[in-house]
Design a protein around this ligand. Sequence first.
Ligand SMILES: Nc1ncnc2c1ncn2[C@@H]1O[C@H](COP(=O)(O)OP(=O)(O)O)[C@@H](O)[C@H]1O
Ligand SMILES: [Mg+2]
Length: 356
Amino acid sequence: MSEVVLQDVAKHYGTAVAVENMTLRIADGELVSLLGPSGCGKTTTLRMIGGFVDATKGRISVGGRDVTGLPPSRRNMGFVFQNYALFPHMTVAQNVAFGLEMRKVNKVDAARRVREALTRVRLSQYADRLPKQMSGGQQQRVALARALVIEPDVLLLDEPLSNLDASLRQEMKLEIRQLQQSLGLTTVFVTHDQDEAMSTSDRMVLMYNGKVEQVGAPDQMYTQPRSAFAAGFLGIPNLLRGRLSTDHTSFVTEAGPVLRLAGHQPVVGGAYLALRPEVVSLSTGAPTGDVNALPGRVEVMTFHGAVVEYQITTEAGPRITARATAPNLGGPAPMPQGSRVWAQWSPQAGVIVSEH
Ligand SMILES: Nc1ncnc2c1ncn2[C@@H]1O[C@H](COP(=O)(O)OP(=O)(O)O)[C@@H](O)[C@H]1O
Ligand SMILES: [Mg+2]
């Protein structure tokens, strides 16, 4: 079992706080991503787990064993860096064998394990190449094999995909997730890309300014963001500023319109109504029935394959992003720039989020 527990962990550099009061439990076999903007403390957290950075305070344990004071070599963790960090003068096989040599594994066993690790990342044909003779994606798979060959208790990945181009990133993302699941490997995956975090993780830890902002499964994070920051970072562009009415049945936007709400809404101070773009539909005629509707005008229409995205300026104030199914997949006919439309959504569709 390799459950990872961080208990009130912090890292200070002089008076600067890189990570503060981090408490987190990562279950055995779980993939948890650390997500957030540059400088929020993701790498520092990962390096404290790996033992490359000493925690200023707090405890870290793996499988019930306190590892807080232990050096990286005694934590049995595999690490993959953004820039691969392969030894340039060593072959692929020698790179992968390195950790086994350090652990004094005998040559016969080491050779077998290197072969297995290279097969696992589909590089068995490349054992004798040098890193510079490999593509970026292949080099990153060597780095992955090098991390896996030691049979780590925990796999730590620091933005492993960010040096790869978009299609390779997609492919590697799936490959890492499949490997991680088939090995049942407890994994911490650092990324600043919400899409990457959503599509690979069992749970996501959204960080901001050295602190945990919100933790949850991807669908939960997307449908129930807690704050305007979380909503914005998780790709929800519609954040209408305002306040809850005293009877909690409507939301009074700063820009003017009063919008109907349904269901339980938490009471917060300064607030925003977060509306996911796919819950907003557009029509050319005035809507009827139990909906919120704002009249407006299409400013921008962009095609994204299966969906069409619209930017609507509403006469009553806020700008709204709406996402519709593409016309050829059964969605509405395109509404070009300048079209007069109604943006509408049901009272259940909005989520009230806190200012911060
Ligand atoms: N060795 C260091 N000395 C001083 N400050 C550091 C050091 N490493 C990181 N920091 C600071 O700690 C904060 C978090 O950094 P980091 O963990 O690298 O963020 P992220 O990986 O989320 O981009 C940043 O403000 C960064 O400048
Ligand atoms: Mg970083």
